[in-house]
Ligand binder design. Structure first.
Ligand SMILES: Nc1ncnc2c1ncn2[C@@H]1O[C@H](COP(=O)(O)OP(=O)(O)OP(=O)(O)O)[C@@H](O)[C@H]1O
Length: 218
């Protein structure tokens, strides 16, 4: 088991964004987290990432850790791109690596390799401000991959992308799902992530509505 949520609730003031959610995530699988706007998807993802704590309930990752203790093993890509428009893709990744990864930590990818993994040429001289949305999303993904996370959490990775870019992104993600890596993707468009969904978790108004096996084709 790579993550275990035990009756997790999260309140913002008196409003419950998550209500008693219990779920287990198995290693090496891709989970698609579905739900309408406001259903609690981002909240759940941020709790798994260790960015938010549950108000009630327990979260355990990698058998025996709290997410915060295991942050170096978790990659989180938020809605916001967190890229600097005036830098190239390579410069963005170098900047991120220098700021956030510790030189002594082995196993980090170098920025050029991370860019190649997502199908981008590290030698591109264009700045990120001139990239298409698909390229921006792939650059964001490359940034997250630098630390070689075992648990990859992606919040709406297909937002504002054209159909072809979504298809490329989905195929790319399928190559990252492996025995040593679990992926969780939030979306409100079920069909986009269906090709890689081993399991589909549906949230409704903060509650776990269903957990179904998917029919992945990639
Ligand atoms: N920091 C916060 N303070 C107050 N309310 C919040 C906060 N974060 C989330 N909420 C509320 O919790 C609910 C769930 O939000 P969340 O972002 O998890 O939903 P979501 O399913 O990801 O929706 P979306 O697709 O719109 O991002 C929403 O009603 C939202 O307004």
């Amino acid at each position: 088991m790579i993550a275990h949520l035990d009756s997790v609730s999260r309140l913002f003031g008196s409003f419950a964004a998550l209500r008693q959610v219990s779920v287990d995530l198995a290693r090496g699988k891709c989970y698609v987290l579905l739900g309408e706007n406001g259903a609690g998807k981002s909240t759940l993802l941020r709790i798994l990432a260790g960015l938010l704590r549950p108000s009630v309930g327990e979260v355990t990752v990698f058998e025996d850790s709290e997410p915060r203790q295991a942050r170096h093993r978790i990659g989180y890509m938020s809605h916001a791109p967190m890229l600097y428009d005036e830098l190239t893709g390579r410069e963005n990744l170098q900047y991120y690596r220098d700021l956030y990864t510790r030189p002594e930590r082995s196993g980090c990818l170098n920025p050029d390799d991370a860019l190649r993994q997502v199908g981008l040429d590290p030698a591109l001289t264009r700045t990120v401000g001139q990239y298409s949305q698909g390229m921006r999303q792939r650059t964001s993904l490359a940034r997250v991959l630098i630390s070689q996370p075992e648990l990859l959490l992606l919040d709406e990775p297909f937002s504002n992308m054209d159909v072809e870019s979504v298809d490329q992104m989905v195929r790319l993600l399928a190559t990252f799902r492996s025995d040593s890596r679990t992926i969780v993707i939030t979306t409100h468009q079920r069909e986009l992530a269906a090709p890689i969904a081993d399991f589909i978790i549906t949230l409704k108004a903060g509650r776990l509505h269903s957990l179904d096996a998917g029919r992945p084709s990639l």
